[in-house]
Design a protein around this ligand. Sequence first.
Ligand code: HEC
Ligand code: HEC
Length: 183
Amino acid sequence: MRKFHALALSAALVLLTGAVAQEPTPSPQTPAAGQSSGQQQGGVRRALPIPDKFTNLQVLPKDISKDQLVQTMRGFATSTGTRCIFCHVSKDPNDKEGNDLSKFDFASDANDHKKIARAMLIMTQNINKEFIQAQIKPLMGDEAENVTCFTCHQGKKHPQHKAAPPAPPAPPTPATPPAEKKQ
Ligand code: HEC
Ligand code: HEC
């Protein structure tokens, strides 16, 4: 029972971030362009210098595979438009940009952004369990999709809270046929 729950949860997790849809089967040929935070070398993925054992998972399943964890973390980063260093800490005080992942202390909770992200994770799971799955899906059917980090963040640290102001009125378009000479 517990096991089953953990399994269902970790499957759901990959979906949670909303940004991993393209990732599960990394194609050997195409290095994904741009946005992965510097961990790619010559198109070879998965060479992240991160520990194999995780010691401070409080929400993610403790037996999550390294692949799934990495996917989830990439999803966090992509969804919020950040890199690993935004939520984690480096033991190298000179590496402010967080370029050397081998110097990170990923288990540390010293970075408040990590604690916020953990709360966000719980919030997102609760929205999906208590609202989308329990109340909305019975009414909407399969159109009711789970919320992900991306649903709100759309690649930004701060979700937009208000509709964009209406666009300024377009400048008057010049009359197409040049106005005939008056008189
Ligand atoms: C938006 C915040 C955020 C970003 C960005 C982020 N992480 Fe995380 N990371 C977390 C949170 C939150 C946890 C703890 C989850 C939990 O408690 O279950 C975590 C946990 C981890 C752990 C497990 C540490 C342990 O031993 O418990 C590793 C490893 C990790 N992240 C690696 C990465 C890598 C690599 C990146 C960049 C690709 C990254 N993270 C980007 C928020 C983030
Ligand atoms: C229901 C909408 C919603 C969802 C889903 C959501 N967030 Fe957020 N997030 C917010 C809001 C609202 C704030 C705080 C206000 C703001 O940033 O403008 C916030 C703030 C944050 C911050 C703090 C940013 C900062 O500058 O300190 C992080 C980190 C974050 N979210 C990560 C995540 C992650 C990771 C997920 C997915 C597990 C997630 N969020 C899912 C709405 C959401």
